[in-house]
Each structure stands twice: as structure tokens, then as C-alpha cells.
Design a protein around this ligand. Structure first.
Ligand code: AMP
Length: 499
């Protein structure tokens, strides 16, 4: 079996690995580290939570330790500030025994400390594209000496409209470099970017574009005006550690959070209207357990690494299958188990089908048998629905983005089905953290399951009480567990035969 010693890493790095509690390389690490150490350009198709950060950080540190030149020698470009901070933390942790220095570069904070760090000379920059380009233009950042370049979450950068700044940055980086590109998916745009920026890249695919096998999924069909009540009922009946709830917009996050608080949960919010220090304090409070619930927009779908997240709840369905992968990737991390619940209003069914195509199988439907799906909308709920409708219309205009993306963002159409993946390779590495004992979900007998496709089952709707149907009481956890370990196999491929 491959172990970290077999990579012949510098002993200082092995000490970092041990200190971090990594005993066995994850599949992406086992595949990527030897290739990257050989100096090859590399495309790693790996989803979040697979250990991909260490898969590029370790060979990068090893390369930097191999020679002694000054100035910026490694550059990691990543789409969000949260990811930049996390990568920086991983570099500090794994490289603690070395003298290598790293700095983060991103917008929304004062540029001065960044300028000071750039002047002082740091070997490693972990940067978001916009601010890095500012520093380049103002001659603070000099990238000619970069020996290794990492493009992390390349698909997300493209989604966020960062291709032009990334291309501008690449012009500043020495062409005599090693390039590693990581992406959860391998869309044609990624292939084009790789063609433009890499030399004979080796491509490895691990834990393909599917949610981690440690996550169980359930859909909760519900009329749109009852989403909040259903959410509160779910929260009250479900035993959870930390719960990350996703809404479509920051305004919806801010409207939902007080309701969750009123229901007795300690709650924080995370979205692009928050300053960087507010975001960091929200994430820290969520990590520490000060807040049990975080209500967030897709800004949190990448880059939040909180291993105690037991449940991701999509209060609003995401607007692409990719976004679903990234949201649910916040739970089931480091081989812990997690649950992904998605509240599904009738108008979300098209996206449900897209997500199910990507998963390769239907997601079980759950009905809370004692929840009253027949209640009509109150005047305030009706007003809320009208507001949602207008928000939805606004956010589906092609020139606007659903996330905090810059105005250049390319809107991803709802029907963007991701091709399904291959079977997960055998033998997953053991990650830090043990499997949690099964959490008790909405107490036994309170839920009913609909393991069928939407077209085959009526939607729970006004005037039709699901409790009037003959649903067998079900413990969702055991139903979901049956789903959890099914190998992800599918015959879906795209026209290039990828995933
Ligand atoms: P990432 O996919 O890089 O965000 O990593 C997900 C989580 O797995 C992080 O908490 C890492 O610290 C952890 N991790 C990465 N590699 C290993 C490993 N070989 N063994 C145990 N935990 C790991």
C-alpha cells in the first residue's frame, strides 16, 4: 500500500503530514503526488473534500525546498477568499518545519499588508485573480520567477468569470514552469484552458464529479410557501451536529436566519455582503460550535472545511448540478458521514432531474407524515412568494450571477446537466476523523419515503394531504445508508466520453 514515506518527501514535510494526522494518502494524493514530484504538468479531476489541497501543496513545498532562489516561486490561483485562506492554512501546517513563507492575496481587505508581504518577499502566493492582477499592474507582484503554478477549482473560476484575469496573470508568469490544474469537472472550457497553459499534461481523475460516497441524499417535496415551516420541522426533529443551509440569494439568507434563530438555534450567515472579517468570524464561530446553523449563499459552497457539518440543507435548490456537488461536499468530509437534504418546490423539478442524471440514480423523496402540507399561504407568505418569483426572474437573466461573482460572470443555465461519472475507484484512503455514529434523523415513524421519480408521484400540495396516503413509516437514515455505499456507476457520458 502507498504511504507518505514512499514519496521520498523531505523529512520536514513528513513531520507536517504526521502532525496533521494524515496516515494514508487519499486516492488523489496517491495519484497526483508522484506525478507532480516528477515535474510533469498535471490535470487533477477531483472533487472537494478528497484531500486535493495536500495533493498539490506537498509536491509544491518539496520542489521549493529543492533549491534556494528568492522572490515568488509558487503561485496558487483560487476562486474564493475562503479557499485561499484554507490553502494558506494547509501550507502553514504541512510546511511548518520549513522556512518557506506564504501569503494570501484577495480583495475585500486592505491591500497594504499584502503589499508589505510582497515587498518582504514570500515564496508562495495564494491568490484570487482580481486582486492579484491589481498588484501585478501596480508592480507590487512579480511573477517571472514562478516555478510552479496551481490553478485550483478551475471550473469554479471559469463559472465566476475569472478566465480573462487568469489569462492576463498567466502572461506574467514564466512559461518555464510546472502547472497543476485541479477541477471538480472537466468541461470543454477547462480542456481549452489546459491546452493553452500546460505542456503535455498528465490527467488523473479520482472521486469523479459526484458527491462523496459518504453523503446520503434526500429530497423533501414541499409547496414553496411551506419551505420555512418544513425546514423548522426538519431542524426540530433531526439530530444534527452543525447544519449548513443554502439559500439562493443573500437577502433570502438574511430573511431566513432570524426565523431559524426564533426556532431556538444559534445561527450565523455567510454571503457576499459581509466583510472579510465578518465572514471569517462567522466561519470561526461555526467551526467552534458557537453557531449550530449557518445560512449561506453559494459563496460558502466552496472552501468551507468544517468537518462537523452533519447536514447540508438546500433550502433553495442550487442552479446547476455542479453547484449541488459543491454544496453537498461541505458535509461527509474526511470520511465522516453526512446528509444532504434538498427542499423541492414544484418549479424545481427540472433541476432535480439534472441532479439525478449527474448522480446516476434517483434521490429518495421524503414526506414528513405529520407535517401539514395542505396549509394555504398566509398574506405574508404570498408576498414572500411574489418576491421570490421576482428574485428568481432577476437572477436568471444571463448578465447577472447567482453568486458573488463579478459582473463578468457567466450564468450557468439551469439545464446544464453534468455528465455522470465512472465508478469510484476501489480503495479509498482513510481520512482523518472517524465515521460518526448514525445521527438520529427525524424520529422514526415521522417520515415516509417516496423512492420514485417525480413524474410517478404526485407532489405534496394543497388539498392533498400526504398523510392520507399509505406511506410506510421509515427511518430515513437506514434508507439513506442503503444509498450511501452504492457504487456510483452510470452509462452517462458526454460527447467526448468524459465522466
Ligand atoms: P481538501 O479536499 O483538500 O479540502 O481536504 C479535505 C479534508 O481532508 C481536510 O480537512 C484535510 O485536512 C483532510 N485530509 C487531507 N488529506 C488527508 C489524509 N491523507 N489523511 C487524512 N485527512 C486528510
Amino acid at each position: 500500500m502507498i504511504n507518505f514515506e514512499s514519496f521520498n518527501l523531505d523529512p520536514r514535510l513528513l513531520t507536517g503530514v504526521v502532525r496533521e494526522g494524515y496516515t494514508t494518502p487519499t486516492p488523489i494524493q496517491a495519484a497526483a503526488i508522484p506525478l507532480a514530484l516528477s515535474g510533469a504538468d498535471l490535470i487533477g479531476i477531483a472533487q472537494t473534500g478528497t484531500g486535493k489541497t495536500a495533493a498539490f501543496v506537498l509536491p509544491m513545498l518539496q520542489k521549493l525546498l529543492g533549491s534556494q532562489t528568492s522572490g515568488t516561486r509558487a503561485l496558487i490561483i483560487t476562486p474564493t477568499r475562503e479557499l485561499a485562506e484554507q490553502i494558506h492554512e494547509t501550507i502553514k501546517a504541512l510546511g511548518a518545519g520549513t522556512k518557506l513563507k506564504s501569503a494570501t492575496i484577495y480583495g475585500g481587505v486592505s491591500p497594504l499588508p499584502q503589499i508589505r508581504a510582497l515587498r518582504a518577499g514570500v515564496e508562495i502566493l495564494v491568490a484570487c485573480p482580481g486582486r492579484l492582477l491589481d498588484h501585478i499592474r501596480q508592480k507590487h507582484a512579480k511573477l517571472r520567477g514562478v516555478e510552479i503554478l496551481v490553478l485550483d477549482e478551475a471550473d469554479r473560476m471559469l463559472d465566476m468569470g475569472f478566465l480573462p484575469p487568469v489569462q492576463d496573470i498567466l502572461k506574467e508568469v514564466s512559461s518555464n514552469r510546472q502547472t497543476l490544474l485541479f477541477s471538480a469537472t472537466f468541461a470543454p472550457e477547462i480542456a481549452r484552458l489546459a491546452d493553452q497553459t500546460m505542456k503535455n499534461p498528465q490527467r488523473i481523475e479520482v472521486g469523479l464529479s459526484r458527491p462523496a460516497h459518504t453523503v446520503s441524499h434526500a429530497l423533501f417535496p414541499v409547496p414553496a410557501h411551506l419551505k420555512s415551516s418544513l425546514l423548522m420541522t426538519l431542524l426540530s426533529r433531526t439530530t444534527t451536529e452543525s447544519v449548513l443551509i443554502f439559500t439562493r440569494t443573500k437577502h433570502r439568507a438574511e430573511r431566513l436566519a432570524p426565523q431559524v434563530e426564533q426556532a431556538g438555534h444559534k445561527v450565523t450567515t455567510l454571503h457576499s455582503n459581509k466583510s472579510q472579517s465578518q465572514r471569517q468570524s462567522a466561519i470561526k464561530g461555526f467551526k467552534d460550535g458557537r453557531y449550530q446553523v449557518m445560512v449561506a449563499t453559494d459563496v460558502a459552497a466552496r472552501g468551507i472545511d468544517v468537518t462537523s457539518i452533519s447536514h447540508v440543507i438546500n433550502y433553495d435548490i442550487p442552479n446547476s448540478a455542479d453547484a449541488y456537488i459543491h454544496r453537498v461536499g461541505r458535509t461527509g468530509r474526511a470520511e465522516k458521514t453526512g446528509d444532504a437534504f434538498t427542499l423541492v418546490a414544484p418549479e424545481d423539478m427540472g433541476m432535480v432531474r439534472t441532479i439525478e442524471r449527474m448522480m446516476g440514480h434517483p434521490i429518495p423523496r421524503q414526506i414528513l407524515s405529520s407535517f401539514d402540507y395542505t396549509t394555504s399561504a398566509t398574506p405574508s407568505q404570498a408576498a414572500e412568494l411574489r418576491q421570490q418569483e421576482s428574485e428568481r426572474n432577476r437572477s436568471s437573466r444571463p448578465s447577472r450571477s447567482h453568486t458573488s461573482a463579478p459582473s463578468r460572470s457567466r450564468f450557468k443555465p439551469a439545464g446544464d446537466a453534468r455528465p455522470a461519472g465512472h465508478a469510484r475507484p476501489a480503495g479509498h484512503a482513510t481520512l482523518r476523523g472517524q465515521r460518526t455514529p448514525p445521527r438520529s434523523l427525524p424520529s422514526q415513524g415521522t417520515l415516509s419515503s417516496q423512492g420514485t421519480l417525480p413524474s410517478e408521484r404526485p407532489f405534496p400540495s394543497q388539498g392533498k394531504s400526504p398523510s392520507s396516503r399509505q406511506h410506510a413509516p421509515l427511518d430515513v437514515r437506514s434508507q439513506a445508508d442503503g444509498n450511501r455505499h452504492k457504487p456510483h456507476t452510470s452509462s452517462h457520458t458526454d460527447k467526448d466520453g468524459n465522466r
